[in-house]
Design a protein around this ligand. Structure first.
Ligand code: ADP
Ligand code: MG
Length: 251
């Protein structure tokens, strides 16, 4: 079985089929991209794998384990991380504090520990701090660690979102449009960061609109349209696929 295996996954919202019988495999250590027009079901597909939504039907396996009904916090412990848009950051807190809080929310100890500040609580605080510092270094934000998120550039916020996921020590990271709203040069920098994540052993799955970015980056691409998978293959296969050109690339 593949590292992540999705079998006939479907998600309906009322009468709308957002994801329609999608079969897909994600290989460990690779960079996989999901593309498709607005409303194609890309984010919903991510939400299904990362446990934010329950599928209407179909199954999802992660390292041979059925995670179809696994809630988010259990998925996080298994090593599944998902980035959110930068609007999920605490603008008034520092970059470092954002990462520490993000880490603690996922690994938080019981209220008892928080109240009595047990040894375990203190150990967890130190651990969260150390992991946050490491994650910031990895994404190249050490210099901005003590700056308020509100005061950093958009491109740096994208890196904070990735550092947040990284601090949970994931095996796989799902990135929802990490390069939205940044310029071509910054996009190139973000592509480099994704390569660095993959090189460090983290499986990367990204949703992306910028075809040029994906071309030099992804090992495999899946194209969604109206919730259904219309193609999958290498970047070369995708740009030359008549079905994709017709539906998506506007050919
Ligand atoms: P994409 O990320 O490809 O732009 P989405 O997965 O966000 O697409 O949305 C796919 C379809 O599902 C859209 O028609 C959207 O309006 C609908 N949708 C997404 N999330 C919900 C939800 N929580 N409730 C109802 N409809 C939703
Ligand atoms: Mg989306």
């Amino acid at each position: 079985m593949a590292f992540i295996e999705v079998q006939g996954i479907t998600k309906q919202f009322g009468g709308l089929t957002a994801v329609d019988h999608v079969d897909f495999e994600i290989e460990q250590g690779k960079i996989t991209a999901i593309i498709g027009p607005n409303g194609a079901g890309k984010s919903t597909f991510f939400n299904l794998i990362s446990g934010f939504h329950r599928p209407t039907s179909g199954k999802i396996f992660f390292e041979d384990r059925d995670i179809t009904k696994t809630p988010v916090h259990i998925g996080a412990r298994l090593g599944i991380a998902r980035t959110f848009q930068t609007t999920h950051l605490f603008e008034q807190s520092t970059v470092l504090d954002n990462i520490i809080v993000g880490h603690r929310l996922r690994t938080k100890s019981k209220l008892f520990d928080a109240v009595f500040r047990t040894k375990r609580e203190k150990r967890e605080e130190t651990e969260a701090h150390d992991r946050a510092v490491e994650a910031l270094e990895f994404v190249g934000l050490t210099q901005l660690a003590h700056t308020q998120v509100a005061a950093i550039p958009q491109e740096a916020k994208k890196r904070v979102a990735i550092a947040l996921a990284l601090a949970t020590d994931p095996k796989v990271m799902f990135l929802d449009e990490p390069a939205a709203g940044i310029n071509p040069e910054e996009t190139e920098g973000l592509a480099e960061l994704m390569k660095k994540l993959a090189a460090s052993g983290i499986t990367v799955c990204t949703i992306e609109h910028k075809m040029q970015m994906i071309m030099g980056l992804a090992d495999k691409i899946m194209v969604l349209n109206h919730g259904a998978k219309i193609a999958e293959g290498t970047p070369e296969e995708i740009v030359n696929n008549p079905v994709v050109i017709e539906a998506y690339l506007g050919g």
